[in-house]
Design a protein around this ligand. Sequence first.
Ligand SMILES: Nc1ncnc2c1ncn2[C@@H]1O[C@H](COP(=O)(O)OP(=O)(O)OP(=O)(O)O)[C@@H](O)[C@H]1O
Length: 328
Amino acid sequence: MTPTAPSASPGNQAGPDGDPSAQAVVLDAVHKRYGDRNAVDGVSFTVRRGEFFGLLGPNGAGKTTLVEIMEGQRKADSGTVTVLGTSPWPRNPELLPRLGVQTQSSAFFVRLTAREHLRTMAALYRTDHAAADRALASVGLTEQGGTRVDDLSGGQRQRLAIASALVHEPEVIFLDEPTAALDPQARRALWQVLRDLKGEGRTIIYTTHHLDEAEALCDRVAIMADGAVVALDSPAHLIAAAAPTTRLVVPDDRITLEQAQAIEGVDAVTEEPGALVLETLESGKVLAAIDALAGLRGVQTRTAGLEDVYLALTGTGTGFDGGTTPQR
Ligand SMILES: Nc1ncnc2c1ncn2[C@@H]1O[C@H](COP(=O)(O)OP(=O)(O)OP(=O)(O)O)[C@@H](O)[C@H]1O
């Protein structure tokens, strides 16, 4: 299946993507079946070097299978897979040190301290001790370097899992829900760690169920459903293409239903407790009309988010009720 609107571009077109040195991962018509189940059903896209690339989709959409194929842990049934200019299958000893893999079930040497754990990982990769300290610092765990892995908090362990994937300074990093089970504060702290990694020029392939996170962090996201990519673009483009309608929320003591319906450019008006919701494709014009009628105090613009696009594309969507922005 070909990616559909809002973006038909799988990212394999000419332009910067056509330059192999600018490509971290290139997938072309990748298929993988388990029995009669199409886990990955003809996926094609390119991840650019230095890109923060999100892979989204409901449970069973095929994300893990696809990531495992990119990592060289699984063989595709057909199609071509190129990672840093080479095939990851069969397992390629030259390629492995250039990839970093964090999984939700990352294994730790729990009786060691965080620093000892990373030094052990560094030794396995034949990297020096200093690399372990750099990895600790890059996830903000320097102070916990002497703490036994057993005694780290959940958030600190998640960060250690990322540090373990980084210790050999890989060019491409695969992260599988790295913020799962973190409290909001720890989650935000980790966002900064991830932004810093991107700032260092690393390519990040990021699987998550947190749509706000994908919207905040990812340069582009691929949304998968039933083994296929159903949309691929930047979060902003996906949102703009999928939800051109703006909803203006006006307190119901400001204008009447009849006045709202009579405003030129208003496509529909619905009533909510305490407010009228005006749908329009011409928000500037309609806001000017509301301003002339009643002023803009208390009027809010309701915008769609990536979650609304995702729900619509993966078959569970309703009308959007994303974030609201006061007009004044
Ligand atoms: N080893 C396997 N043997 C048989 N079927 C499998 C195997 N691994 C995955 N599947 C099936 O392939 C499909 C895709 O699974 P996959 O784990 O890739 O999806 P996912 O998008 O990563 O899901 P989740 O978000 O739950 O991790 C599912 O129907 C799953 O049951």
